[in-house]
Design a protein around this ligand. Structure first.
Ligand SMILES: [Zn+2]
Length: 146
């Protein structure tokens, strides 16, 4: 897609701090990092989000993640890296700002220092076990037919 910033990065029309590239996948430093070492991993082909991503592309893309995660760990553990979040947002409401599928690899440090505080509060009052079981049944049926 010619107007997509991540397509331009993947095909070299825009500069990036590349850390990995193969035939299908491109990984580079986020230019608006939330922590030291914040990486983005993208398919070279343009897919807007996870709903559009073919299974074989998803499979290959994620197969690269452990290698990148290990490299981040080895690079940043001496600087205090204690963990790693792998995040992926779909849709503006979910925080997606570039509409080319991308996965965030976000090294985590001490909570006071790393400037990134994802979190959630379980809705155990309203989402009861009966509701969870009903959701599971609906999703299971659709998963089995795909
Ligand atoms: Zn794109």
């Amino acid at each position: 897609m010619t107007s997509c910033i991540f397509c331009k990065i993947a095909n070299g029309d825009l500069p990036s701090e590349k850390v990995y590239e193969d035939e299908h996948v491109f990984a580079f430093m986020d230019i608006t990092p939330v922590t030291k070492g914040h990486l983005l991993v993208i398919p070279k082909n343009h897919y807007e989000n996870v709903y559009d991503l073919p299974a074989d592309e998803a499979s290959h893309l994620f197969s690269v993640v452990p290698k990148l995660a290990q490299a981040l760990k080895e690079t940043f553990q001496q600087e205090g890296m204690k963990g790693l979040n792998v995040l992926q947002n779909n849709g503006a409401e979910a925080g997606q700002s570039v509409f080319h599928f991308h996965m965030h690899l976000i090294p985590r440090y001490d909570k006071q220092e790393d400037g990134f505080q994802p979190g959630w509060e379980p809705q155990i009052e309203t989402l009861t076990h009966d509701k969870i079981a009903a959701f599971a049944e609906r999703v299971r049926q659709l998963t089995e037919t795909k």
